[in-house]
Design a protein around this ligand. Sequence first.
Ligand SMILES: C[S@@+](CC[C@H](N)C(=O)[O-])C[C@H]1O[C@@H](n2cnc3c(N)ncnc32)[C@H](O)[C@@H]1O
Ligand code: SF4
Length: 377
Amino acid sequence: MSSLYLHLPFCRSKCPYCDFYSQVGSAEQLNEYVDLLILDMQVLAEVRPLTGSLQTIFFGGGTPSLLTVEQVDRLLQQSDRLFRIDTNCEISLEANPGTVDEGRLRGYRSAGINRLSLGVQSLCDHQLQLLGRGHTVADVRDSVALAQDVGFANMNLDLMFARPELTCEQLQGELDDLLALRPQHISLYGLSYESGTRFAELRTRRELVEASDEEYAEQYGLIHDRLVEAGFEHYEVSNFALPGFRCRHNQVYWRREACLSVGCGGHSFVATGWGERWAVPADLNRYRRCLIDHRDPAQRLETFDRQGAMVETLYLALRTSDGVDCRLFAETFGGLPEELFPEAFQRLDNHLCRADNRWFFKPSSWLIYDHLISAFF
Ligand SMILES: C[S@@+](CC[C@H](N)C(=O)[O-])C[C@H]1O[C@@H](n2cnc3c(N)ncnc32)[C@H](O)[C@@H]1O
Ligand code: SF4
């Protein structure tokens, strides 16, 4: 089982709440960057070879939909040549509304993209403006309709809640509008004020009012109820899918399976020993210099020991509705979670549930996930 992540650190403009590694880039910069990604894959294949053909590929950003069809095609051809793409591979690409037209979407489909993730964020023009998004609700509707027309039958829509000024009534209306777009998958993220962003600065100056804990909880509950009622499985803290449409790539992360990445700012997990995390520093000049010299741009961030691997396994698995598979955990670590972490299990007695030889949290507990999971550290 192998997975590949490709990071595209360019956007048309920088959104004031976002601290993902991305910058405004020209067509020439993008072209040069694609050449570097091709070299990066070559180096990766030499230094950290993948085992088995690729089962999932994810183009993330930034705004990967700034890539032309030819650029996506080149990257997929190189992936297939070096790593072999499985015939059933899930190949996702993140797109921004307003950056795609029919020709581009059709071309992406022909190149092999079979899952599209669209950053909707809000279905209210006033809120989209407040979020500094370069698109309107009409752009969202057009992009979704075009994608469906050209045959995308596995689509994710991202929405943010706990936004400034957002009321529960308005959120309810936006969820209805979102469902009317007939996505197979929905990711719902509570707006976070990341340090160094314009939104964090505005909050400090009290020019933006952050949602209170009560508002956050009420909106999270409302989202869960509405989407479950509409037939979605709430299968991870922020993710909902119709049956059969869970994101396979993200499940690789949560199961702590190997996922290698290429691109400036990308992170890899290598399943050697108890596991290693690698990252490419978010510095385009350094990235370019490394690859021109045919040097590996990635640096090892962490090598896990058994204790670290156990804690991270629990941390990731308990984010999902599947939870921790006790048989697999015991096979890997030589004991059941409740035997190896007796005090944490005692502390979390009211929150941890057990069924089918698995430990899991109910979605209502996910609201205080960071607090609960600290019992294992
Ligand atoms: C890596 S971003 C890229 C998506 C794409 N460029 C876009 O903007 O539509 C993936 C998602 O993270 C979410 N996100 C970004 N910044 C966030 C923040 N500060 N708080 C909560 N969610 C955030 C947004 O929902 C976004 O769609
Ligand atoms: S939210 Fe998306 S479009 Fe906006 S800056 Fe971040 S990655 Fe770019």
